[in-house]
Structure formats: C-alpha cells, structure tokens
Design a binder for this molecule. Structure first.
Ligand code: ADP
Ligand code: MG
Length: 683
C-alpha cells in the first residue's frame, strides 16, 4: 500500500495530464491517495422503482427502456435540450438533458437502463432531468458519490478508482495487526477499499467503513501516543521543589480548589513524584476560571528552582496582558519578567534575546516570536502555551526544543468534551478547572431582534453613565467590505447617533499590533468607554470594569465562540450582561442562541455545539493542527475513538517504536499521516 503512495496518479489508465491536474485540486496526487479518497455518500440503485411508484423531488432509481432516439432542440445560444421517453411497460417518463450531445449516441432506442435522478412534473407527465444511467447489465447496485471539482465528475473519479483498485495487490499486507482486527471485528484492508468504493450492498459498505474509521483513528492515536512517549522519554531536568505555598502569599485572593488541584497535578509531574519525564499537560478551563494563576504558580516554582519559564500567547494583546499580570504578581519578588513580541524594536529585541540567553530574564511572555531561531535560553524549564487551539502540535514542540526537553503546559479556554480532548490532545495529560472564582455573578444573557436594539443601546448608555464600559462586537456587515469599513462605520454611527459624549474605540484584525495594544491599554485604563471590535477580542482579554457585551449578528457564530466572547465580561464582581442581537428567522438558530441564556457551563455549551453543528467549530479551520480526517466523524465515532486509543496503547506497550516486522505497515502509515500533517504547517 505504501508504495502506491509513490505512484503518480497520472500512471492510471484513464488519467492524462489534464485530468491529473484536476485530481491535484482535490488533493489527490498518487494512486494510494486516490484509494483513500472515499465517497461522500452513496446512491442506492439496487432496488429500482416502477415509474408509478417514484416520489417527486427525491432521488430514486428506475429501470426502463428507451422509446426513441433522443431529440435535439436548440432553444437559444449555448443551450441545447435533448429529450427522450422511457417506459417500464406500464408508464412512461420523459428524460431531459442539457448540452450533452453524447446522449444521442449513448442512449439507444429499445435498450433497457437503470436511471437515477429526481422526478419532477405532474402525475400525468413525469420527468427526470439529467439522470445518471447505466445499461441494466452494468448498473452498480450502490453507486458511490465523490466530492467533485469542475471538469472532474464523480463518475470520472469512480472510473479512475476502478483502475486504481486493479493495481491494489491481491496479497496486500494489512497494516492493522491480525489480533487487533479479530478483537474489533474488522475486515481486511483490500476488502475494505474495494467495498468502500464499490459496495456490493449497504451492509458491505458499513463493514468497510467501520474498518476504515477504526484504521484512521488508530493510526492517529498511535502517532499521538508516540509523540507523547517521545516527549516523555528524555529528561535531564532535576526534580522540582514545590514553592506553591509561598506563591499563594503573593496573590490578592485565595485560589479556588480547582486551581490548587491543577497546580498540584502539574507539580507532581514536575517533581517526578510519579514519573521521571517532563510534564506534558493540558489545563482545560472555562473562560474566567483563572488559568493565568495556575500558569503563574508553575512559573514561580520553576524560576525558584533556578530555571527559566516561557509563556506563549496567540496574540500581542494577550501577551501584553499576561505580561502586566505577571509583573504585578511578581512585583515583590526578584523574579524578572520580559515581553517578547514581533513589534519590539530591533534594539529591544536584541537586548531581550541577550537576557534570555544569559538567564537574567527568568520569565518571558511572548507571541510566536518566541519560537524564532534567534531566541535561545540559558536554562528553559517550562513552556506554557495559552489558548492552545490556535497553535498546532508541531508549533508546541518547536518551542519545547529550545530547552533541554522542558516541561510543557498547554492552556485551553475552549472547553471541549473530554472525548474530543483525548482526540486533539492525545499526547497530553489533562487537568480541568471546573470551578469559577467566588463572587462571580451569572452573566445575564438575552437574545433580541434588531428592532429592540435602541432599547439595548439605551441600557448600555445608562451603564456607561455609571462609569462602566462595554464591548460591541460587529462582524463583517457587508460581504465585501473589509473589517475596517464595517467596524469604523459602526463606531461612527454609534458616536453620532447614540453615544455622542462617550469615547469609542475600535479594534480589528487589520490593525497593526502596536495600534491594537494601544487601544486595549486605553480600554483597560478606562480611557475608552465603548470598544467596537471584531472577534479579535475573543481570547483572554481581561477588563473587569467592562460589564456589557453586545454581539451583532450573533447567529453567525458557534455557541462556543459566543461563550468565549461573553467571557469578556463578568470578570469582576459587577453584574454583567450579554446581549445577542439576531434577526435569524429560522427557529433552530434562535433555539441555539437561547441555550446561552440558560447555561454558563462552557462544557455543556460545547456539547450542544457538537450536537447541533457537528465538530466543525472545534475541528474547522485546521486550528487544532491535526491532520484532516477522511472518514471518521468526531461527533459520531467517539466510541471507536476510545477503542482505537486503547488498542494503540496496547500495541505501543509491546513495541513502542513500532519496529517489529508485524508493525511495519502501521509504522509506515503513521509516518505517512504525520508527515502529511507536518507538511501542512500550522496556523
Ligand atoms: P482565564 O481562565 O479565562 O484565563 P483569568 O486567568 O484571566 O481567566 O482569570 C480571570 C479573572 O479572575 C482575573 O481577573 C483573575 O485575577 C481572577 N481570578 C483568578 N483566580 C481567582 C481566584 N481564585 N479568586 C478571585 N479571582 C480570581
Ligand atoms: Mg486566559
């Protein structure tokens, strides 16, 4: 199988240079990749209906004989109709094709075919437009439907697939070891590939699919677990002494039990009380659960033990904010804190790099500028990445390489169901912050239509007059306008019509980091009353005096994202409000938004999101840095995921590097998957 991945797609019989290019568009470059290009769904051609039985507007198959050679009618320039009628002996049905002269030759009078399409027209005169068809003897029973691209139809893909399957050696070695296949009742690879593309019937397809889903998740888990054990194998870090109690004295508040727990779990990793490898741990905590304190506690102990710590944030604003937080926490100590972002002047950057190298800066906060080649450390002991879903697995490890296998802590503010976390963070241990700091009030959440916007603005105005601040989130209002235009327009009209005596600031993704920083600082310092922003404020920003957030076009966002945005308020002891403005007509969209009114539990919201929208929100936009799954579905295949994970653990226990000859196929497959994803880069 592996060698088929080296065989150019163009070596296939039906694929020339032009068609090969189209396959490339679909991401298919080799014969092996083609075989792994699975159908999106299937048409059931196996039980043709009589014409009498056919429903309207639903795809179905019929079996019928062509009554006459198709007629050709040119109705206008560039549009020619081809028509014929077919009969099943009892009723007739009209077929219509557009601009397809081949029909004249392919549909033969008196021949019987299976046609597949949607029936329209009336009971008296039924019609099928552009049906797919095969002569009766050649008709598939289940017809695969592939994602196509212009110039490359599903049928053409299916044709190429036939040729590719011929190349699949009969005696192909199955990468999944026999015992695993037996235990999980999985069919063989060659059978699975054949049946996923050309299933004999639906049951065979289901069998094939089951195996391929398992295989995909199994391979992924093997790779992730190997990564984890690789991280865990090498350690030269001394066991850490725990300075947590001393740290707690630096805080103006008492940490929550959840925070204490998470800190203790991480400390246990780093003090080698359980194992002797570097920590690689994920802290999952809802917005506002106080992850920063956990990070600070760990950095504190690491620095006290004579090592350096680094915190990497996804945006300059966040890095800046963490920097200020750390400065204030460590004010009374002799821990030195630095900030490294892309917008530093060259001189400052050089100085800071020098200080990191000679160890005079103990704790550095930065953006991905931290992973640039020029940055090195004297003795890096701990790397923390905040809001991990924005970084890829590869990026995480590239910062880790700057030290001698430092401890790694990942903080994620996207609460994801545990099963999903296992999937994305299969290489990490997980701690959960499932408790909010005391004194937090529930954020009142309302869904309103734009008709009620004036009242909402009045409400905001009252709070602004009381010295509070507000966020207003506005997406691209017009399709083709840039962030800049819509945010500026929105802010301008607010200024003119609604809040003439207030200071309005704007924030959007196209601004220079320096400008963003200045705005955020001004907002923090209460120099700005209302911040009109795109979703760039989404992550982590903390301004306790901001008590209202109004989100325009709320239906455009996923629940988890709205929950994140909502988390910008309610960060102090003041009562806070979230107003979701939406004119969405469909009930489902409104019901979805209402979920936010009834709960503030990020994990529950994530679950709802997963059910309502599928895993796209978590797995969309490649934010997770994992390879795209071709056949497994995160929402539906959780059971299989767990089975695959334990099977992977079992295998790696016997053969950690997959070196045994019976694991060669697996090894190749894992490399294949992970090389693709390394090549894919990270975002
Ligand atoms: P997140 O988990 O979203 O990153 P932060 O770490 O930014 O949350 O914390 C949110 C706010 O809660 C901050 O203002 C922080 O100072 C405060 N905070 C954190 N832990 C506690 C605590 N145990 N008691 C009171 N306030 C806390
Ligand atoms: Mg945070």
């Amino acid at each position: 199988m592996a060698s088929l991945f080296e065989q150019d797609i163009q070596t296939l019989k039906s694929v020339g240079e032009k068609r090969a290019k189209l396959f490339h568009k679909l991401g298919v470059f080799s014969v092996g990749a083609l075989l792994r290009y699975y159908p999106r769904h299937y048409e059931d051609w196996s039980q043709p209906l009589t014409i009498e039985q056919t429903p309207f507007n639903q795809p179905c198959a019929i079996r019928a004989t062509v009554l006459y050679k198709p007629t050709e009618t040119r109705i206008r320039k560039g549009m020619t109709l081809y028509k014929t009628s077919v009969t099943d002996g009892i009723k007739d049905l009209q077929l219509t094709f557009f601009n397809n002269p081949y029909i004249m030759n392919t549909l033969k009078q008196g021949q019987e075919y299976v046609f597949y399409g949607k029936v329209t027209g009336t009971f008296l005169k039924k019609e099928m437009r552009v049906p797919e068809f095969y002569p009766v003897n050649h008709a598939p029973s289940i017809c695969p439907v592939y994602r196509q691209t212009e110039g490359l139809s599903s049928r053409m893909i299916s044709n190429a697939m036939k040729h590719a399957l011929i190349l699949l050696p009969n005696q192909i070695k199955d990468p999944i070891p026999y015992e695993v296949r037996m235990e999980h009742q999985l069919c063989e690879l060659s059978y699975a590939l054949e049946q996923i593309h050309f299933p004999k019937d639906m049951d065979c397809m289901i069998l094939a699919k089951k195996r391929l889903i398992f295989e995909e998740l199994f391979t992924l888990q093997l790779g992730l677990l190997q990564l984890k054990s690789r991280i865990k194998k090498e350690t030269s870090l001394p066991p850490l002494q725990d300075y947590t109690q001393e740290f707690f004295k630096l805080l103006p508040f008492t940490p929550t039990n959840a925070q204490k727990c998470a800190i203790a779990e991480a400390m246990a990793d780093m003090s080698h009380s359980i194992h002797r490898h570097p920590m690689s741990r994920l802290i999952q905590g809802d917005v506002g659960s106080g992850k920063t304190v956990v990070a600070a506690a760990l950095c504190h102990s690491v620095v006290k033990n004579g090592m350096q710590a680094a915190i990497m944030a996804p945006t300059e604003i966040l890095a800046q904010q963490h920097y200020l937080t750390m400065l204030s926490i460590f004010e009374e100590t002799n821990i030195t804190v630095g900030l490294l972002t892309g917008s530093l002047t060259a001189v400052k950057k050089r100085k800071l790099t020098e200080q990191l190298k000679n160890g005079s800066i103990h704790l550095v906060i930065g953006t991905h500028a931290l992973i640039s080649d020029t940055v090195s450390f004297e003795n890096l002991g701990l790397v923390i990445t905040d809001e991990q879903h924005r970084f890829g697995v590869a990026q995480r490890s590239s910062l880790a390489q700057k030290g001698n296998q430092p401890h790694i802590l990942v903080m994620s503010a996207t609460p994801i169901p545990r099963t999903l976390a296992l999937m994305i963070y299969g290489d990490l241990d997980i701690s959960v912050l499932n408790e909010m700091p005391p004194g937090r009030q529930k954020i009142e959440t309302y869904v309103i239509s734009s008709r009620k916007r004036p009242r909402a603005l009045q409400y905001i105005y009252t709070h602004l007059n009381a010295g509070r601040q507000a966020y207003m989130i506005c997406p691209l209002i017009e399709q083709n306008s840039s962030d800049l235009v819509s945010v500026e327009q929105y802010a301008n009209s607010l200024q003119k019509e609604t809040f003439p005596d207030k200071v309005i600031g704007i924030l959007h993704g196209k601004m220079k980091p320096k400008e963003k920083e200045a705005i955020m600082t001004a907002f923090s310092n209460k120099e700005i009353d209302v911040l009109v922003s795109t979703t760039v404020v989404e992550v982590g920003v903390d301004v306790p005096n901001a008590v209202i957030i109004l989100i325009e076009n709320a239906e455009r966002y996923g629940l988890s994202q709205l929950h994140q945005l909502r988390g910008r308020v309610g960060r102090g002891n003041l009562k806070s409000t979230c107003i979701l403005v939406s004119d969405a007509q469909n009930e489902e969209a409104v019901a979805r938004l209402k979920i936010l009114c009834s709960t503030s539990d990020g994990f529950r919201i994530a679950d709802e999101d997963l059910h309502l929208r599928g895993p796209g929100d978590f797995f969309g936009e490649k934010q997770h840095g994992l390879p795209n799954l071709k056949i497994a579905d995160m929402a539906e295949d959780m059971d299989t995921l767990q089975k695959a994970q334990s099977a992977a653990q079992h295998i790696l226990l016997q053969d950690p590097m997959l070196e045994q000859s019976k694991h060669q196929g697996l090894n190749a497959q894992v490399k294949q998957l992970f090389s693709i994803f390394n090549g894919q880069g990270f975002h």
